[in-house]
Design a protein around this ligand. Structure first.
Ligand code: ADP
Ligand code: MG
Length: 172
């Protein structure tokens, strides 16, 4: 009778704006090394194939972006360029958490931490054991863990602009 309960609008507004502010801070702090907008999965794969010099092992790279942004698609290009896998053999390690692709000179580990929540769970994967002079770790959802944010060499962020357009940014 005395009217509606207060709307939770201010809380929602805060939730919406906070990531934007964080993004602004993040991008201000990180120099962009490479940047490209792609218009198809094939273009994203082709971009991945150009990264062999930048990703010469040993490297630990965080792949950032929402589900469906194109992180796994990019790995197809990277792993195939190192002759570690055929594009079509690179699939999402969603359930197995780690896919290993062994090449003649380089081993590519594609890791998906979407299902992990705690540092203790991360420890059970023993990612340090995978790091070696000829290994590249490409990690989806690694930004959830402070240690990986600290240890990373690069971050590759993919943003979905529309159905087939992705903005890709590599930062230190
Ligand atoms: P993620 O690993 O980030 O969840 P995936 O690579 O598995 O994403 O899926 C990306 C989806 O988006 C695929 O279905 C792919 O065909 C589609 N797609 C459309 N346009 C692009 C693009 N420009 N780059 C990468 N993927 C694209
Ligand atoms: Mg993926």
């Amino acid at each position: 009778m005395w009217g509606r309960p207060p709307r939770p609008s201010s809380e929602h507004r805060e939730r919406r704006t906070r990531p934007a502010i964080l993004n602004a801070v993040n991008s201000a702090a990180k120099p962009i090394i490479r940047e490209l907008t792609t218009h198809s999965p094939e273009e994203t794969i082709a971009f991945g194939r150009t990264l062999t010099d930048l990703l010469a092992p040993p490297k630990l790279v965080l792949l950032r972006g929402d589900l469906g942004a194109g992180k796994t698609t990019l790995v197809k290009g990277i792993a195939s360029a190192f002759e570690a896998a055929l594009e079509e053999d690179v699939t999402s390690p969603t359930f197995t958490l780690i896919h290993e692709y062994r090449g003649p000179r380089v081993n590519v580990f594609h890791i998906d931490l979407y299902r992990l929540d705690t540092p203790r769970e991360l420890d059970t994967l023993a990612l340090d054991d995978l790091r070696s002079d000829n290994s590249i770790l490409l990690i989806e959802w690694g930004e959830k863990f402070l240690r990986l944010v600290h240890d990373r060499d690069f971050e590759i962020s993919l943003d979905r602009v529309d159905e087939t357009t992705r903005q890709i940014r590599i930062t230190k």
